[in-house]
Design a protein around this ligand. Sequence first.
Ligand code: HEC
Ligand code: HEC
Length: 223
Amino acid sequence: MKTTFSALFLAAGIIAIPGPSGAASLMDWGRHVAKAGNGKPGGTACMECHRLDGGGMPSIGAPRISGQPRQYIAREIREVKEGKRYGPVMAGVVQNLSPRDIRAVALYYSRAKSPKLPDVGPSDPALVAEGKHIATRGFWKKNIPACVQCHGPNGYGVPPLFPYIAGQNRTYLLRQLMAYAFLKRQDDPEGLMRGIARRLTMAQRKAVAEYFSSLKPPVRDVP
Ligand code: HEC
Ligand code: HEC
């Protein structure tokens, strides 16, 4: 009971006027969860790792999430919560998020805008060049399609299904490719990413991670 009251109290203090459409208050609640958590035990503020503007934290490999499609953000959170997606850090954070909390933070971060944050250490131009080749032309000898065929021109994503990967930090990108390749992350539809990540060599995974992290993230005005 105590926790319910504190959650209500927090919500009342933050949500100014619950407008009839609900969209404005959902946005406000999303920002609140991002900034301070939802007030329930374990309800960590997202900004501790993703920043309030959604730029992520390259030093710990926490992903950029600003401007990702809201359906994608919500789906990933639900999947981590249900144990369907590999997410060792997120698993502990999302357990007490309600469906409304998830809709709210997904809306908030899908509309957040953040500059590209510098990666840790310099990038390697030879790897970037190799990565660009695979990303834009594929590697047909091993039946690997060009990444941009699904992730869109420049890796800007194709909402709602295909996340952007351009401008994402390289630590996160490489970790996800490893997680798909070694079957820790298994939530990708039809196993599309698992197959591709497994067929890439370790050097090629590094190269594509290096290439996409060297690009600018998309700037999108989400309606
Ligand atoms: C303690 C650090 C931390 C906190 C707090 C945190 N995250 Fe994360 N988040 C991560 C890390 C690290 C990953 C990568 C997966 C993993 O390791 O769990 C991630 C992954 C994600 C993803 C998947 C992104 C993608 O591109 O697939 C989303 C969406 C996300 N977090 C949203 C949130 C939201 C919303 C909150 C607040 C309710 C939150 N996170 C709180 C560290 C954190
Ligand atoms: C056939 C379509 C397809 C192709 C080609 C493809 N991807 Fe993906 N990729 C997806 C889908 C769909 C997802 C989201 C899957 C999920 O929800 O887990 C994804 C997710 C990812 C992610 C995780 C993003 C995140 O925010 O967590 C990375 C990294 C990635 N792809 C990299 C690549 C790279 C690098 C290539 C080229 C070598 C590539 N992809 C080619 C369909 C594709």
